[in-house]
Design a protein around this ligand. Structure first.
Ligand code: 5GP
Ligand code: ZN
Length: 113
């Protein structure tokens, strides 16, 4: 998608601090980290949000979740981490390209659920 920030990052048109890439997944450091480790794990295919996952594109979302343990291990997150998805504007999603926040590197604060 031409007007999507994360599609541009995946394409290398906008620089990012990449930490992981495979054929379906791209992961890079959040520009405004909320913890010592704060990585955005995104499918290379443009999927607008978790609400747009279907049987035909679910492999891209699943690939994010098989990448996450590899990234966590590479980052040394042996004590645990949090994976967050904000789905839709009311949930605080600001970039409309599906992404999972991988957050760790410290004792994490208050839980919502
Ligand atoms: P959301 O609020 O949609 O769940 O998360 C979007 C995330 O993207 C935010 O945590 C924000 O800091 C991050 N972000 C926004 N623009 C950029 C950018 O240009 N580069 C990087 N690396 N992260 C960004
Ligand atoms: Zn996109």
């Amino acid at each position: 998608m031409t007007d999507c920030l994360f599609c541009k990052i995946i394409a290398g048109e906008i620089p990012s601090a990449k930490v992981y890439e495979d054929d379906k997944v791209f992961a890079f450091r959040d520009i405004n980290p909320q913890a010592p480790t704060h990585i955005l794990v995104v499918p290379k295919n443009h999927i607008a949000s978790a609400n747009d996952i279907t049987e035909s594109n679910a492999d891209a979302a699943a690939a994010c979740f098989t990448a996450i343990p590899k990234i966590a291990a590479a980052e040394g997150l042996t004590e645990g981490y949090r994976v967050i998805n904000n789905c839709g504007a009311a949930a605080g999603q600001t970039v409309m390209h599906l992404h999972f926040h991988l957050i760790g590197g410290c004792t994490l604060g208050e839980k919502i659920v």
